[in-house]
Design a protein around this ligand. Structure first.
Ligand SMILES: *[C@@H]1O[C@H](CO)[C@@H](O)[C@H](O)[C@H]1NC(C)=O
Ligand SMILES: *[C@@H]1O[C@H](CO)[C@@H](O)[C@H](O)[C@H]1NC(C)=O
Ligand SMILES: *[C@@H]1O[C@H](CO)[C@@H](O)[C@H](O)[C@H]1NC(C)=O
Ligand SMILES: *[C@@H]1O[C@H](CO)[C@@H](O)[C@H](O)[C@H]1NC(C)=O
Ligand SMILES: *[C@@H]1O[C@H](CO)[C@@H](O)[C@H](O)[C@H]1NC(C)=O
Length: 301
């Protein structure tokens, strides 16, 4: 009994010791100091956090991503981009409408925002062949910024307006090539020469010029570009970003294959020439400055 009392007493004492006036082994002033320390410590942490956030937010510009890699080598992509077997291929049978209907649908959908009337409604008729700068003057933002019209009709036979099948039915398919958006990019360089697309069959082995001439070149056949020469007009640059240019319509180039060899795989490589030099591309990024796709037009004849 005595032992139990003693135990009970020491247990109670460990919480509140009335002799030494200690609560959980510490005096009131000791507790006060600890609490004070933690309060100060957390206020300090919160302060550091708020300060960091404040500095970060100051660095962020709503209208312009601060950091982006690969300025200057825009990625390229084609439309339609999905074939029956995968990515970046166009493979169909001329006589079977259902084998190319999906390409036509994809192009129709992709081009619908480029309808002339739609463009006239939301975009501005810019002066061609020069950059369309809309700078902010000091702290006064030139905002929102206007965007230039890119009328679907510019794509001529590849606009889907005159030829509803984009040439797929006649074995002269159209492919649309777009440059990915890069904020602030001036692709014409200092001289302001419009960037343009060139396409050639891709060779996986080195061949002599004669071999090349009678080989792959002929299989791809003649091509035609819309707009002429496959240029992206300078007036669509610079791009100021999604928030600043809400109605921005990326300029497009269409390539029409006029005399492609049928029942044969052709690897087509399209490249951008910008600022007077052909962008070499980046080995790590296979879409930088170029796009490669497989083209195969089949026929029963
Ligand atoms: C664009 O024009 C085509 C043909 O003129 C029409 O079929 C399509 O519905 C239009 N799209 C939009 C979004 O207005
Ligand atoms: C685009 O089409 C609209 C409607 O037809 C026309 O008013 C406008 O001038 C065209 N814009 C350009 C840049 O060709
Ligand atoms: C964007 O387009 C809408 C119509 O679709 C128009 O009312 C608006 O003014 C346009 N904005 C700019 C900045 O051009
Ligand atoms: C296309 O390029 C050729 C040769 O560089 C040039 O003479 C012609 O004016 C260009 N056409 C257009 C519409 O830019
Ligand atoms: C189309 O290509 C074939 C070779 O594949 C060639 O013999 C023919 O002359 C070309 N036709 C035209 C109109 O270029």
């Amino acid at each position: 009994m005595a032992k139990d009392d003693g135990k009970g007493g020491s247990w109670k004492e460990s919480i509140w010791n009335s002799r030494t006036k200690e609560f959980l082994g510490r005096t009131a002033s000791s507790w006060g100091l600890i609490i004070l320390f933690y309060v100060a410590f957390y206020i300090f942490l919160a302060g550091v956090f708020i300060l960091t956030m404040y500095v970060m937010l100051q660095l962020l510009d709503d209208n312009k991503p601060k950091y982006q890699d690969r300025l200057g080598i825009p990625g390229m992509m084609i439309r339609p981009k999905h074939g029956p077997n995968g990515f970046l291929e166009i493979d169909y049978m001329m006589e079977d409408t259902e084998t190319w209907d999906m390409y036509v649908q994809a192009l129709d959908q992709f081009l619908s925002p480029y309808n002339d009337t739609e463009q006239a409604k939301k975009n501005y008729e810019c002066t061609p062949d020069k950059y369309f700068f809309q700078s902010d003057s000091g702290s006064v933002r030139n905002y929102p910024k206007r965007s230039c019209q890119f009328n679907r009709s510019i794509l001529g036979e590849c606009s889907g307006l005159t030829d509803r099948s984009y040439g797929f039915g006649d074995g002269q398919p159209c492919v649309i090539i777009k440059l990915n958006r890069v904020v602030g990019m001036l692709p014409g360089g200092k001289d302001g020469e419009a960037p343009f697309v060139t396409c050639a069959p891709r060779r996986y082995k080195v061949v002599t010029e004669e071999e090349a001439e009678e080989g792959e070149e002929d299989k791809m056949g003649q091509v035609m570009f819309f707009p002429p020469n496959g240029t992206y007009n300078l007036m669509y640059y610079p791009y100021y970003g999604k928030k600043a240019q809400v109605n921005y319509s990326q300029p497009l180039v269409a390539i029409k294959f006029l005399n492609v060899t049928t029942n044969t795989d052709i690897n087509v490589e399209c490249k951008i020439t910008a600022g007077g030099f052909q962008i070499k591309g980046d080995e790590k990024d296979k879409f930088a400055g170029k796009v490669i796709f497989r083209l195969r037009v089949n026929t029963r004849n």
